[in-house]
Design a protein around this ligand. Structure first.
Ligand code: TXA
Ligand code: MG
Length: 328
């Protein structure tokens, strides 16, 4: 299959991209679209055959459910059935964080195909704030299932070029809407029994969620509910080691690369360095994380040494991804 990449920067390009994308979606294809978190591989969420194409292209195991993106708030009640106990909390969360990088896991309605939820009785939903995604889903006028547009277990794409590196030849279309502004996948929170459980840390921090209600500890790590929780997710091919002291890492590896947070000179044994934020800004660091991991992974290194950061706010989401990248 030939993969077409179309630009969506100017209003004219966006209008053309919307019509081509909607045509593919209506034909039951899976296509890559920009979102504010990472690029997604989108298909008609109410068409099981279309959703199967997502699993095929990503080589994603069928037990891993998909996130469903909604065209608007009115779709929340069409796809989910919220208990009266959770109603107030869910309304408050969506009012505050949608459109945006918060995914909410709720009891599903029968209209959602089994393949989307991997047979679970819940469905994960969000509304994307990306202007191009928003126009496409509005024109499509239905929910879109869209996991990150990478092959299973690999680093999530934050540019159209990353998607092409992962899925070229496997999907018909990539819409290029520029770099994803957050650069990390959405925060996933399950709402049940009047409380929240964070299933994946992301751009909306635990601290911000805690202002809306009780945060309960997530269930056992042994049987993760979200396979994004698997220890070796987001893995580069190059071994990665996390350390609090990059300067004093001891390793026999010849070619080492460093992923650090603040700019400084490193000893001569590092042959590639990426600084996540020149100004020490954690948001900028998050936005650069996957791009730099990918670049270091392509630099023919024996080892990537990554610097630990304090686990508060967004720092927790960044450390979560780095730990998984280190586990293999
Ligand atoms: O930012 C994002 O969330 C991006 C963009 C494209 O929206 N999407 C994304 O999707 O990261 P994906 O498939 O790579 O990660 C979704 C995670 C998976 O780990 C999946 O297991 C979990 O969400 N998930 C989906 N439905 C679930 C459910 N019903 N219960 C628990 N976890 C669920
Ligand atoms: Mg993913």
């Amino acid at each position: 299959m030939k993969t077409q990449i179309i630009p969506a920067a100017t209003p004219k390009e966006v209008a053309a991209a919307v019509s081509v994308a909607v045509e593919h979606l209506r034909a039951g294809e899976a296509i890559a679209l920009p979102t504010e978190t990472v690029y997604g591989l989108a298909a008609d969420a109410l068409n099981a055959d279309a959703c199967l194409k997502i699993f095929e292209a990503k080589e994603r195991p069928r037990f891993d459910p998909l996130i469903v993106h909604l065209p608007g708030m009115e779709w929340l009640d069409r796809l989910t059935s919220i208990s009266s106990r959770d109603e107030v909390l869910v309304r408050a969360l969506v009012e505050e964080f949608w459109p945006g990088p918060l995914t909410i896991v709720l009891p599903r309605r029968a209209i959602v195909p089994d393949v989307v939820t991997a047979g679970l009785e819940t469905v994960a939903v969000r509304i994307s704030a990306h202007p191009v995604f928003a126009q496409i889903i509005e024109a499509f006028d239905g929910p879109l299932a869209a996991p990150s547009a990478n092959r299973f277990g690999r680093i999530s794409p934050t540019t159209a070029a990353h998607v092409a590196a992962e899925l070229d030849g496997k999907i018909p279309l990539i819409v290029d809407g520029g770099s994803s502004s957050h650069g990390l996948e959405s925060t996933i929170v399950a709402v049940r029994e009047g409380a929240m459980e964070i299933l994946r840390h992301g751009p909306i921090s635990a601290e911000r969620l805690a202002a809306f209600g009780e945060l309960r500890a997530a269930r056992s790590k042994q049987t993760p509910e979200a396979p994004g929780q698997l220890p070796s997710h987001y893995a580069p091919r190059t071994p990665l080691r996390l350390t609090s002291d990059v300067e004093r890492i001891e390793s026999a590896e010849r070619r080492m690369g460093a992923l650090i947070f603040e700019a400084r000179d490193l000893p001569g044994n590092f042959c590639a360095t990426r600084v996540l934020s020149l100004s020490g800004d954690v948001r900028e660091a998050a936005a650069n994380l996957f791009r730099y991991l990918r670049e270091l992974d392509e630099a023919n290194l024996d080892l990537i040494v990554a610097e630990e950061i304090p686990e508060t706010g967004l720092g927790r989401a960044i450390m979560d991804r780095l730990r998984r990248a280190a586990a293999r």
